[in-house]
Design a protein around this ligand. Sequence first.
Ligand SMILES: Cc1cc2nc3c(=O)[nH]c(=O)nc-3n(C[C@H](O)[C@H](O)[C@H](O)COP(=O)(O)OP(=O)(O)OC[C@H]3O[C@@H](n4cnc5c(N)ncnc54)[C@H](O)[C@@H]3O)c2cc1C
Length: 384
Amino acid sequence: MLDFYNIKDGFPESSIRFQNNIREVLDRNLASQINTLWNENRFANEIKDVLANIGAFGELKPINNNSPLNYLEYGLLMYELERIDSGIRSMVSVQNALTIYPINQYGSAYLKNIYLEQLQKGAVVGCFALTEEGGGSDPGGMKTTYTKKGDKYIISGQKSWVTNATFANLAIVWAKEAKTKSISGFVIPTDSSGLKICPIEDKMSLRLSPTAHIELDNVAVPLSHKLPGASGLSPALSCLAQARYGICWGVLGALESVYEEALSFSKSRFTFGTSLSSKQLIQNKLADMVSMHTKGLLLSYQLSLLLTKGMPSIAQISLAKRENARAALVSARSAREILAAHGITLSGNVIRHMLNLETVDTYEGTYDIHTLILGKTITGDPAF
Ligand SMILES: Cc1cc2nc3c(=O)[nH]c(=O)nc-3n(C[C@H](O)[C@H](O)[C@H](O)COP(=O)(O)OP(=O)(O)OC[C@H]3O[C@@H](n4cnc5c(N)ncnc54)[C@H](O)[C@@H]3O)c2cc1C
């Protein structure tokens, strides 16, 4: 791992071994086919198998208390996944932080019993449906409703931009009680009558990670499929906090990938008689990338320590998500500039990472929304 400040010196040996092993497996099994799959706009089942084999779904301590992995290792796993592709990290984030986590944290014994083990094996895939067409930044404004009718909840509405939805077996859907407007979460099998998955085919970002809108037309859900511990918007936001932690680490993997490619290109490309790497303007770009990566790693490592002690504040997680996602996006754009024409094709990884990172900078709270969260925390004045 790129580590300009020897931050890894603070990591336990076992965590370093874990990371090296994940990198080796992913490089051997996935790296060479990623550009093709991305170009074909498809998430191959083989990817899920590789992920299941490395325990990406099942062994995460922040998600599953029985796990041998600690918060640092979870972060390192995210780093390695996103070094390959942000879409793969997204798939795993949704499975872990946005499906297993809410069921584990807010679900009944019944729901845990039927779903957790299968989710952890990757035999069942989940998705998380919070955003609606009216605006993802303001999930409290959701229009999807539920009403209790006999032994069922009837859910109607529309959810947008749902990662994994095209191949998910279940959806965690957030809805408002029709009269009281109180928000609750539901675990809904995606083959339920009245639930329609509408794939988004023309994404130019995260092409490896299928996304869909979900229409819910009077979907009848058994009472037992409501998350009993999840009332109000805070539980949904707590899931996002888990996912954002993974993003803070993940994007640094993508940053390392674009930096390495730009550095290597700069050494082999000659203009005006000398290598690009010997030009001050190119060195400036590379120095910025290493600087941003180093600062990002310090933030992520410190967040892992805060998580180990207890949950960091939402604003602390916001700061790192805002900073690291933007740093990776800016670095990818800069790497693309160094590669110039070569940077726009899939002969390398830079343009793919760059386009992916446009989404990562947007989802799980845009840069500006995290600015507003920080602004409110600093001043006490909400400016949303
Ligand atoms: C590929 C992809 C996958 C996704 N996966 C999921 C998923 O699995 N589940 C899910 O629920 N959602 C998912 N999302 C949705 C994502 O979380 C939202 O796109 C994101 O929250 C932003 O919402 P929006 O796109 O509706 O933009 P809007 O909320 O409409 O915002 C538009 C612009 O206005 C700005 N803005 C908004 N409010 C303010 C304000 N008060 N002051 C100043 N500026 C403001 C925003 O920063 C943004 O620039 C996904 C999105 C993408 C692109």
